[in-house]
Design a protein. Sequence first.
Length: 271
Amino acid sequence: MGTFIATLSFTAHPSANHMRLKLSGKDADWFYLEGRTIRLNSTLTKIIDREIHGSLLTATVRCYEHKVLQAEHRIMVEVLNENDNKPEFLQSSVHPLLLSELTAVNSVVFTAQATDADRDTLTYVIDETSPDARYFRVDLPNSGKVILNKPLDYEIKTQLRLILYAVETNTDEHYNTTATIIINVTDGDDQYPQFQPCTLLSANHNNRICANSLYTANITENEQDIVLDFFPGPIQAVDGDEGLRTTVKYTILSGGPPSSAIEPYAPGIRN
């Protein structure tokens, strides 16, 4: 409040009874007259913001003598930029995502975007302490492109959480902001059907392998068209992709002597 802006030159003193000065123009409220000087009219609640009010303030000082306009003096004040704004993420670029578990490693999964009202240069950095930072990387910090760094597996993890920074790089303050991105992993068709009960032998990104289930049943000779009562339970298989649960089709591959009436399921064959 009261910062000196300019000095006005007059042949008569502005306090003379016959002389009156008046401010007008679109930005006149930002100034006030004090004798021969023009000063800034700001308060704690009324502060000039270059990003809101623009880079140039203009006003006109009119001089009246005996109520008759005698002269005009135009004021143009340039508002210099100060780094008083932090970056802000565009919410449309950091909203929750759906990402298939079949997404290829090294592909761009999303592009984060942030803006800075002071037009500072921004770089994007993954917070390495965030729970699932190992799954992602930023190759070109200025681009905001986030790349898948390792394979996804819906059967192991269905949701990932990533914290991303947008940081000023050309300022002394290095103001920054963060965004938490939730990535929901969707199931892909990458698992074989599994006969139940499933005794898991191995699990990796490519496949979950179960021990071949052995079903046994007793049959009395000469009986026909009866439902066999198998142990440890009815013959049943489920899709290994829990999020898909595609309908399973059963087919008898071959017959044989009583000791091998039903051929165990082979992981290399998908029905």
